[in-house]
Design a binder for this molecule. Structure first.
Ligand code: 3HC
Length: 282
């Protein structure tokens, strides 16, 4: 299938990063949001991150202008009808994604593959909401999307080989490395990462060490670029909590029980970098 125009639903942290890499690699992008201020903020971030790439001589100034010119910001989801491929990167809530997938199935041509950037919600469940479950797949990018090389490609129960190959080839065209994973709560990335973060939060809650000390252990002892609590703040503590809950619910094992301190911080609105306070102040 010849993919030239890509729809991206959601211009938040992940959505604007996904739009950035598609536009930078020559694809036309229809970037869809529910409010103008979210579109404005997403486009501003894309502009800043493309500027970073110009400053590092990764792209030319003309490439930045061309990439921005390839992005069409829209509020009307019906405009996605012109797209050859759509990736959804909306809020990580099943009710929100349910409404979007039903709508996309109605709007997009029947042969169009619908991908979700979900970090833990079942692809099989999203696929079953549509009349094209064979063409629904997970395309999980990592933050910051312009930098991180991985795309976790998740096959739902009904996803065909053809759909998988379409997404794998697209990831390669975006200069990413696709890794194939089957559908299970948290996939591989968050199934392994989130219990690490959750355990680091238990260590803080139980007074084993300060957040700074926990992070130093991982940076200096295991060569992680960020310690688990800095990373939790970077991802968003609400996102971490949602993913732990999806895994506890889906896998039923108490080892996925979210740490009470994580729940308390989310209740307090301490969501990490985006709210100005998490394990650290920003
Ligand atoms: N857009 C474009 N370029 C960016 C960027 C962005 N948003 N953010 C950083 N960069 C570039 C910088 O320009 C720099 O380029 P260079 O290598 O050519 O100099 C490079 O990335 C490194 O950035 P910095 O020098 O500013 O900072 P650091 O060296 O501290 O790296 C980091 C920042 C890349 C974020 C690094 O700390 C890191 O890799 N952290 C771990 C990130 C991680 O684990 N992400 C996964 C989160 S989990 C997830 O997303 C899944 C979800 O489901 C929860």
């Amino acid at each position: 299938m010849n993919i030239q125009r890509v729809g991206v639903v959601g211009a938040g942290t992940m959505g604007n990063g996904i739009a950035h890499v598609f536009a930078r690699n020559g694809y036309g992008v229809v970037l869809c949001e529910v409010e103008q201020r979210f579109l404005d903020r997403g486009l501003e971030t894309i502009g800043k991150n493309l500027e970073r790439e110009v400053a590092k001589n990764k792209i030319a100034a003309a490439d930045k202008a061309a990439a921005l010119g390839r992005i069409e910001p829209v509020l009307d989801r019906a405009k996605l009808a012109s797209c050859d491929f759509v990736v959804e990167a909306a809020t990580e809530k099943l009710e929100i994604k349910t409404e979007i997938f039903r709508d996309l199935d109605r709007i997009c041509r029947p042969e169009v593959v619908l991908a979700s950037n979900t970090s833990s919600i079942s692809i099989t469940k999203l696929a079953a909401l549509t009349k094209r479950p064979d063409k629904v797949i997970g395309m999980h990018f990592f933050n910051p999307v312009p930098v991180m090389k991985l795309v976790e490609v998740i096959r739902g129960l009904a996803t065909t080989d053809e759909t998988f190959q379409t997404v794998r080839d697209l990831a390669v065209k975006l200069e990413k490395t696709p890794v194939e994973v089957n559908d299970a709560p948290g996939f591989v990335s968050n199934r392994v990462l989130m219990p690490l973060i959750n355990e680091a939060i238990y260590a803080v809650m139980e007074g084993v060490a300060t957040p700074e000390a926990v992070d130093e252990v991982f940076k200096l002892g295991m060569a992680h670029p960020m310690g688990p609590l800095t990373l939790a703040d970077f991802i968003g503590l609400d996102v971490c909590l949602d993913i732990m809950r999806v895994m506890l619910d889906g896998l039923g094992d108490p080892k996925y029980r979210p740490c009470p301190l994580l729940i308390k911080m989310v209740d307090a609105g301490w969501l990490g970098r985006k709210s100005g306070r998490g394990f650290y102040k920003y």
